[in-house]
Design a protein around this ligand. Structure first.
Ligand code: 4NP
Length: 169
């Protein structure tokens, strides 16, 4: 009984992952925080982001991501860090922005059981199709790419919120 009460009070832990941890995954983190806040459920979640690569360690999110999110009232912050094997123990859901990130996460997953925590983020978008689950990398593109990232991430995060609440209601 005490154990089940403790489990119910555990936050739901979500980790958003992309390549650099300066564009897509901080956007995922910021959008999800925004949705959870809006729903009055902040206390039930722990949300972070990380990158599979190490080029941008310690950097703030890309100013283009920050500006496009801010235009929609969404705050993006934090500093880039690299995903680690300890993250597989800690987080409940590890959410890959694209198929490269998924492959890299699967390669460093300590066990098959922990690898099962890794999902494509857009799997949770009810409008997505299995052949098109990437959040495209906006880094070398124009401003439309950053808006598209927010659109795709928001649709997926809404689906993810429904999913995790139905699992842990
Ligand atoms: P992110 O975007 O993976 O969404 O953070 C990128 C950021 C930097 C680079 C590539 C993608 N880069 O090549 O430096």
């Amino acid at each position: 009984m005490l154990e089940s009460l403790r489990m119910e009070n555990e936050p739901i832990k979500l980790l958003f992952v992309c390549l650099g941890n300066i564009c897509r995954s901080p956007t995922g983190e910021g959008v999800m925080r925004h949705l959870v806040d809006e729903a009055g459920l902040k206390h039930r979640f722990e949300i972070d982001s990380a990158g599979t690569g190490s080029w941008h360690l310690g950097e703030s999110p890309d100013r283009r991501s920050v500006a496009h999110a801010a235009a929609r009232g969404i705050t993006i912050g934090g500093h880039a860090r690299q995903v680690s094997s300890a993250d597989f123990d800690h987080y409940d859901y590890i959410l890959a922005a694209d198929a490269y990130n998924l492959r890299d996460l699967q390669a460093i997953a300590p066990t098959d059981e922990l690898e099962a925590k890794v999902h494509m983020l857009r799997e949770f978008d009810p409008m997505s199709t299995p052949d098109d689950l990437d959040v495209p990398d906006p880094y070398y593109g124009g401003p439309n790419g950053f808006d598209e990232v927010i659109d795709l991430v928001e649709a997926a995060c809404r689906g993810l919120l429904d999913e995790v609440l139905s699992q842990k209601a």
